[in-house]
Design a protein around this ligand. Sequence first.
Ligand SMILES: NC(=O)c1ccc[n+]([C@@H]2O[C@H](COP(=O)([O-])OP(=O)(O)OC[C@H]3O[C@@H](n4cnc5c(N)ncnc54)[C@H](OP(=O)(O)O)[C@@H]3O)[C@@H](O)[C@H]2O)c1
Length: 243
Amino acid sequence: MPTVLLLGAASDMAVAIARKMASKGYTVQLAARSAQRLQALCSDIEVRYQVNCSLHEFDAIDFASHAKFFHSLSQKPDVTICVFGYLGENESARVNWSESEKIIHSNYTGAVSILNIVSNYYAEQKKGTIVGISSVAGERGRQSNYIYGSAKAGFTAYLSGLRNRMFREGVHVVSVQPGFVYTRMTESIKLPPLLTAKPEQVADTVYAAIQNKKNTVYVKWFWRWIMLIIKCIPEFMFKKMKL
Ligand SMILES: NC(=O)c1ccc[n+]([C@@H]2O[C@H](COP(=O)([O-])OP(=O)(O)OC[C@H]3O[C@@H](n4cnc5c(N)ncnc54)[C@H](OP(=O)(O)O)[C@@H]3O)[C@@H](O)[C@H]2O)c1
């Protein structure tokens, strides 16, 4: 049976993705900070889907631990899904470097650190799938969240370059670009229902992208076109807008 590793497994999206992958017969590895808190989820996945599930301690911004973390997995995953992220507070980050640094490390540097290790392993094996959950926020900087957005932009560019590098190695890289999703990250924000997806829709999109060898996928198809329009607004107009 194939194995999937979820990095940032306590996230609402990761939980939905873990259940989806388990329902398709994948052995599940849940990696998170304080991973023991996911014991009930892990047991539920094992009973409900009749697959093995294991817990692994993982901190995305403890870069020095990443090589040991990956190399100590007794079973190497066929699919690695990088879900962790941190929205943070743009206003606070503007004046507080530690908040900026946390946003950048949690959405970009941490992902580069762990995915370099995973992708080097997959390149040696000449197989494997990497999925990165980035964001439409990375497609154009906006005043309300440009520190988070710029970190996601970096992650999106990293995934694109990684896909290009790994193509000849037989390794598949998927970039996932969600718009709004109802999760813990957005619970304090009033989201427009028509534009907002549920974590289960993200999970369906991720599974289909893996199966169909997609490169970049949007959760809720119209976000591709919304972002195309946003990217086409001339800069002299865009800079005056309140977005
Ligand atoms: N919700 C949206 O509207 C939306 C839209 C576009 C993209 N995204 C992206 O989707 C991904 C999943 O987010 P979500 O919406 O499911 O939010 P979430 O439930 O808040 O999940 C974020 C997860 O990231 C984990 N995390 C943060 N820093 C970490 C670190 N240093 N090490 C390990 N794990 C860390 C958190 O772990 P703890 O549980 O330990 O805090 C949390 O479980 C994120 O990358 C987010 O940026 C979200």
